[in-house]
Design a protein around this ligand. Structure first.
Ligand SMILES: Cc1cc2nc3c(=O)[nH]c(=O)nc-3n(C[C@H](O)[C@H](O)[C@H](O)COP(=O)(O)OP(=O)(O)OC[C@H]3O[C@@H](n4cnc5c(N)ncnc54)[C@H](O)[C@@H]3O)c2cc1C
Length: 356
């Protein structure tokens, strides 16, 4: 079995982002890398979206940028501008193609399907396979989305609908999310923030059909793509070791209050690349502690008061949009944090903080 300087376990978003970052900064000219990925072929399986609060390597994989978004609760809608931080959607199919093509140019990089094919003893390992201990009380963000094509030009492709809470909540938190890529093409997702114990929340096809036909009033459409996911709203139990760093979801890169992970993965990749020569001694990279604490409180509120969450999300955006975006993207300063916290209902947050 061959030895490698580095091994990346899992060639998904985090594994490939890291390999690409190392490659384009010439950190693999004299070092060998093995990427372990069991999937047989790469094809589009996710749409990664986020506010572009910082530069990343994948602008050419962006399907569309928007500078306007809306959020709805029954009978109220807010229209918001995000021209400073456009909302972007990355097509994972384009991402995989770009990264794999680039990595194949370097003969120091090898791909394997199974970790048993390489010798791990002398390598530094970056692991992106999460170790999830499923407990029945754990919260998840679970969702199912379809990209539809309509006969007529129905969508306003200049504005996304970030959260539409005008739907059945079933003692959980439920919203629809619509990304109009063209006037006749949009990704529509049904999203739940809940435990995984109630199977009735998972009849996603019916939920989507009802929403498209009754809320969006679209009758003639064709489904051209589907995606489904479940993001843990808790940290996986992976631990870092002397010769191993966890990355991606496994490395705690998900913002637990939102599920946003993509840009955190990019920041982590950059941090590893900048420190690769001294990788065994670097400080553990994590989402700032203040966000970890605030998200923990937020999720406690969510668990205890799901019926209040549509208004809480809606009212959060009473603060300046730029501040909210920075807060949700881990880029806010103390004053900005404070202005968001002021928009939250005080008593239930204080109760959550003190565990009542
Ligand atoms: C459908 C979906 C949509 C999402 N949308 C967004 C979004 O809009 N914005 C956002 O910020 N985040 C989003 N996320 C969250 C997050 O960005 C993604 O989950 C992202 O793919 C996480 O990257 P990762 O590398 O940790 O995991 P993955 O991309 O899942 O990569 C893990 C890789 O490990 C491989 N693997 C599994 N088992 C093994 C094994 N035993 N050995 C080796 N390899 C293995 C898998 O095949 C996979 O390729 C989304 C998640 C999903 C599931």
């Amino acid at each position: 079995m061959k030895d490698f300087d580095f091994i990346i376990i899992g060639g998904g978003c985090a594994g490939l982002s890291l390999a690409y970052e190392l490659e384009i900064h010439k950190k693999l000219e004299n070092k060998s890398l093995a990427i372990i990925e069991p999937r047989l072929e790469y094809k589009k399986d996710k749409t990664w979206s986020f506010w572009r609060v910082e530069k990343h390597n994948f602008d050419d994989c962006v399907k569309k940028n928007w500078e306007d978004f809306s959020i709805n609760v029954p009978s109220k809608t807010k229209h918001l501008k995000c021209n400073n931080y456009p909302y972007q959607s990355i097509d994972s199919g384009l991402f995989y193609k770009k990264v794999i093509n680039k990595l194949k140019e370097n003969k120091n990089i090898s791909f394997f399907k199974n970790i048993k094919e390489v010798n791990q003893d002398n390598s530094f390992i970056f692991n992106s396979v999460p170790s999830i201990k499923t407990e029945k009380n754990s919260l998840w963000q679970h969702f199912y989305g379809v990209e539809i094509k309509t006969k007529e030009n129905i969508f306003d492709d200049g504005i996304i609908n970030l959260m539409d809470f005008d739907c059945e909540q079933k003692d959980s938190v439920h919203f629809f999310y619509t990304l109009p890529f063209q006037k006749n093409k949009a990704l529509i997702e049904t999203t739940w923030l809940s435990k995984m114990t109630d199977d009735s929340l998972k009849d996603y096809d019916n939920q989507i059909k009802k929403y498209i036909e009754q809320n969006l009033k679209i009758k003639n459409y064709e489904i051209v793509y589907k995606e489904q996911g479940a993001i843990p709203l808790f940290y996986p139990s992976n631990t870092n070791e002397i010769n191993k760093i966890n990355i991606g979801t496994a490395g705690g890169m998900t913002r637990l209050s939102t599920g946003y992970t993509f840009l955190n993965i990019q920041e982590h990749s950059k941090y590893i690349r900048m420190n690769i020569e001294n990788i065994k001694n670097i400080k553990h990279f994590q989402i700032k502690k203040k966000y970890q604490l605030l998200d923990k409180i937020f999720l406690k509120v969510l668990e205890k008061n799901p019926e209040k969450m549509p208004d809480i999300f809606f009212n959060m955006f009473n603060a300046s949009t730029n501040k909210v975006i920075k807060f949700l993207s881990n880029k806010s300063n103390f004053l900005e944090d404070f202005s968001i916290i002021l928009k939250m209902p005080k008593i239930i947050f204080i109760k959550a903080l003190f565990g009542k």
